[in-house]
Design a protein around this ligand. Sequence first.
Ligand code: ADP
Ligand code: MG
Length: 406
Amino acid sequence: MLTSKKSNSSATIVRISIFRNFLKPLFVLIFSNYYFDLGKKITFVKILTFDFLRSIVKYKSKFAPFMHTEEVFILAIESSCDDTAAAVLKDNIVLSNVVARQSIHEQYGGVVPELASRAHQQNIVPVVEVALKKATISKNQLSAIAFTQGPGLMGSLLVGSSFAKSLAMALEIPLIAVNHMHAHILAHFIDEEGFDKPTFPFLALTISGGHTQIVKVNSYFDMEIIGETTDDAVGEAFDKTAKILGFPYPGGPLIDQYAKEGNSKKYPFTKPKVPGLNFSFSGLKTQILYFVQKNVSENPNFVEENKADICASVQHTIIEILMDKLKMAVAETGINQIAIGGGVSANSGIRQTLKDAQTKYGWKTFVPKFEYTTDNAAMIGIVGYQKYLHEKFADANVVSKARIEF
Ligand code: ADP
Ligand code: MG
């Protein structure tokens, strides 16, 4: 229902009908000469001209909004975990990108699903209003609404999807369902000065709080996972290490910060042996736990005195695990364009290592703009834009999915 009003094919049909109605009076004028007298000819031409004018009016009033094919405005909504985010895109350009971070979870040391869902309910309307205001457009100018369908926390996803559905229905514009992990990858197609876009096919390393994957990206909508974690995600490795060290949640950014001052070779941790392109991070977490417990039993101030070196060593090990698998993936696929995405791609050590890989291994690497690393709605918007161009619209009864097929 939501997709029928503004469809390219319908607009084409109306364009054809205008053309046909324009030709009809011409034909009548030419051929009726042989069969009809002047009075009948005039009546015929009057009727057919009226047909022609009516088809123009119909075309203008019903399909004119769709004809802004050069300017597509997408409102995107992201609510998969603990960030309520909205963005407005004009084609592949971000006009606004607003995120309301939920601080309530800090005191619990992790995301509490029920609290996240409630906070989304409070935040969603103001966040969308700010996004539209910053973009300086009215909601009547919107071409479509894109939202995160999954993966994520069910209660959180439902807030975003219900809001997106209602607004799309009220505005009578298409609804677009987006896979959050596709969005982390396709964020590289946002038009940003100083940021190149990859060309297909390329490899994407998606590293976040919930995922660690190597994906072969053949096109905007054709992607295959060629390696993934068998247990913890890399973001969890950062966050759990931070918890062991007594840092507040989420600890990833803090480890990054302390690592900058430390010696990454001071504490050599063992890398897991996982076959193929898959990863494992739970063993590293246990190793760090025993290492800290042993040293703290000998010196209660061990963590405080050595936190920079511990963080640098842990981060270095994680980067080596990721790089080993990327090198294998490049060798296996013969593809040497690598894009990274997801919250952990905000890590300065990982970003630098990927940039260095250009000269070190001859790869072409793509590191996203910082604001498109952790969860944001601009990345949902860019997928929305591509789906809009390909008319991949969702029905109003599309369901949120905690786990979603890639
Ligand atoms: P989700 O998994 O919900 O999609 P994000 O994509 O926003 O979440 O990623 C959040 C993860 O990114 C958290 O585990 C967080 O610790 C991690 N993270 C964010 N910034 C950094 C950083 N600078 N260094 C390491 N990890 C980071
Ligand atoms: Mg994410």
